[in-house]
Design a protein around this ligand. Structure first.
Ligand SMILES: Cc1cc2nc3c(=O)[nH]c(=O)nc-3n(C[C@H](O)[C@H](O)[C@H](O)COP(=O)(O)O)c2cc1C
Length: 367
């Protein structure tokens, strides 16, 4: 049954500090689940969460583990459900099903750069066809009486369709737009085009979140200044530094955030380990899962990458925590670097051509 479009979508939930730029945790497949959201919330939640993408096709049903991140969300902050797909009927069916859950709204993925995804003409692949994007936006807007949001890149090969896409965002009354300032072809490599995010900010009638390489609260403030965006969306650097949203809030309020210490990071690792375990998860799988997060954490532990080197060789829980104790508790009061150390990279580096086949998975980004 068709649901009527409401002429006035409800306003976005306000940020916690009036006038302060908004913050959001970027959707990340295999990362932004219930457990990770809970850990992030412990250190200072963003204003908004987004689920990892729910795949939409003829046989799809919302994945139960993603539904848990909506139904059992205890962070106190709204969560948007993100869809990836191109079939208008099934996108509407899925959006309507998700609206029966406590979602803040429905988000459409127009950015995933993995070739196996964009070749199906979904995610970033759709940016090649603005007319098709227009049809999908029209259909979802008509199905979503509340908040309808979009996350996009600046284009597929280049920014040739950017203005047209932004006009479609306006025409279909999108409520919030997140822009990763790279093309699909760039994957995670190369400079983020904050100038093009600024163009989106000036052309779009809805608030825009700036996304891409927001590494710290200082960088967040600089990006907001440079782009005029309503806020920032942060992905990988929230895995590295879960305090980043609290730091952003402090920085936006004009205060210098207190530094994080290596002892605090040791506590984060332990919390993450407990949060991500579940009955039946074999120890070596759990350790491997932890290594994927620690690949990012290690970028700020020491400039030589010694923590990363040792952590990658741990095979058991005991070995992993021994490595953590050695590197994080020897000098627990030493500062955890606010920015990643240059040259210390998650392996394989997701900005590296080697990861091209499936860039939307933590396995390929960091395994
Ligand atoms: C492991 C991983 C998984 C991702 N999964 C998604 C996803 O499900 N949906 C999406 O829109 N973007 C996804 N992205 C892209 C991020 O949301 C974000 O746009 C990108 O990482 C750039 O932001 P950052 O520099 O703050 O990490 C993923 C990125 C990573 C690293």
């Amino acid at each position: 049954m068709e649901m009527p479009a409401t002429p006035h979508a409800p306003a976005l939930p306000a940020g916690l500090l009036p006038q302060a730029p908004l913050t959001a945790l970027a959707p990340m497949q295999d990362v932004t689940d219930l457990a990770f959201m809970g850990v992030i919330a412990h250190y200072g939640p963003p204003d908004y969460f987004f689920t990892e993408f729910l795949r939409v096709h003829a046989q799809s049903r919302p994945e139960p583990h993603i539904l848990r991140s909506i139904d059992e969300n205890a962070t106190g902050r709204p969560v948007f459900a993100q869809l990836i797909g191109e079939d208008v009927h099934h996108l509407r069916r899925t959006a309507e099903a998700l609206l029966r859950h406590p979602v803040a709204g429905i988000d459409l993925n127009l950015g995933c750069p993995a070739p196996k995804v964009y070749r199906k003409n979904v995610g970033g692949g759709l940016l090649r066809e603005p007319e098709r994007v227009g049809e999908i936006l029209a259909a979802l807007r008509a199905s979503v009486p509340g908040l309808f949001t979009v996350k996009m890149r600046i284009g597929f090969e280049d920014d040739r369709h950017l203005d047209r896409l932004l006009d479609l965002v306006n025409e279909h009354r999108v409520d919030l737009l997140s822009v990763h300032g790279r093309t699909v072809r760039q994957m995670y490599r190369g400079d983020v085009r904050y100038d093009l995010i600024a163009r989106a900010v000036s052309r779009a009638r809805c608030p825009v979140l700036a996304n891409g390489n927001v590494t710290s609260a200082a960088k967040a403030a600089a990006v907001v200044r440079e782009t005029g965006a309503a806020g920032v969306m942060i992905g990988r650097h929230a895995i590295r530094n879960p305090w980043i949203f609290r730091h952003c809030r402090e920085r936006f309020a004009g205060r210098e955030p207190a530094p994080v210490r290596l002892g605090d990071v040791r506590e984060y690792v332990e919390r993450l380990y407990h949060a991500t375990g579940f009955p039946g998860l074999a120890e070596h799988h759990h350790v491997n899962k932890m290594k994927k997060y620690l690949n990012f954490v290690g970028q700020s532990v020491d400039p030589a990458g010694a923590f990363l080197h040792d952590m990658r060789r741990a095979a058991t829980e005991q070995e992993l925590f021994n490595v953590c104790d050695r590197h994080l508790l020897a000098e627990p009061g030493r500062e955890f670097a606010a920015e990643p150390f240059p040259g210390v990279v998650a392996r394989p580096n997701c900005e590296d051509a080697a990861t091209e086949p499936a860039a939307c998975s933590l396995d390929t980004v960091t395994a």
